[in-house]
Design a protein around this ligand. Sequence first.
Ligand code: HSE
Length: 449
Amino acid sequence: MKPIQVGLLGIGTVGSGTFNVLQRNQEEIRRRAGRGIEIAMVADLDTERARSVVGDTAKVVGDAREIIANPDIDVVVELIGGYGIAKALVLEAIAAGKHVVTANKALLAVHGSEIFKAAADKGVMVAYEAAVAGGIPIIKALREGLTANEIQWVAGIINGTTNFILSEMRDKGLDFDVVLKEAQRLGYAEADPTFDIEGVDAAHKVTLMSAIAFGIPVQFDKAHVEGITKLSAADIKYAEQLGYRIKLLGITKRTDKGIELRVHPSLVPTKRLIANVEGAMNAVVVHGDAVGTTLYYGKGAGSEPTASAVIADLVDIARLHTADPEHRVPPLAFQSSTLAAAGGELPVLPMSEVVTSYYLRIRVADEAGVLAKITGILANAGISIDALLQREAGEVVGDNEGSQGVPQTDLIILTHATREGDMDAALGQIQQLPTVLAPINRIRKEELN
Ligand code: HSE
């Protein structure tokens, strides 16, 4: 059978990895797919760079629309990124009857509903394994391997840049800004790292996992997104002393009231495997009612790890593109006719309705009655304390004397699970106490058991 004909839009890091792995493993891949997979055309603004990668094995063009217009191309692989031209080209490729493979989490998290509908109307596939956690086949696992389960929650370290920064902060006791500069110098963090450090990239990915896990539409606009820029070395150190590590987690949970969808730094017990995922590695924990807890670990970015996911999608398309669309795996795991209904019954909850436990660091004047006032406010709000640590003045991480020379200390409180809205109200009152000397640091805590 003639090899399936692929057109690549963009041949940067992932595109060249895709080309190289397809070349190197072509015989293995052909045996699995049942036919060859051939990159026939490549579009890149830098045609010289594209030619230096593919030589004369593929036609190189500067205009992506030449690929879309070519009737011989079966699959378009979009590796441009972003919402702009990438969205236009993906929709044009679908309209031209091409299957699409994309690594573009931002595009699908924000415009997924429109794109999946256009693909369904046209009877083509949109595959996106590379969009979430790079080389880890988490889309396949959630959508197919765990299909028997009612998924209860998913929690992942799904941004390598921030995990690298947090690992360095913990190892070296450095603050965020210092490590970010070092990460940029080493090339781990982008020159503009905003999407990574503010949690947006992780939120794109957890939005996609949430849709697949629970059969709801992609709803990035409803995700709570918080990054790591406000974390201090002191919090990481105190967490460590209490038996926790701080990780940026993407979390989505099924509750009686609806779906939690959130990205924020979280304390995770050091004894959990996911707490020990270090450097730029990714990991996702999925809890299903039948299977229990499962863990997926690997490289979340990089040329060949991401290419591994792109090619897995190409193999799926090579196997399934002659099947009736209704016999293919639905892009969001659930039959599309059931998605809207599930979205209605399973609303994404506002953050005030999320129930979780907390780490609080409160810088207080070290004088009689301060602790009683704080615990009194928490008790009145129905918030139960799990553990409490008051550092001796000499042990406080950072300054222990304020500008007015008032002796100060850090009060560290771990709470049991409570509604975020109740915690917000209690913290509002605590912050007003004259003996509370600095903005309260609040970090959510996830036991993941
Ligand atoms: N910038 C991402 C990360 C990789 O640091 O994990 C691509 O999503």
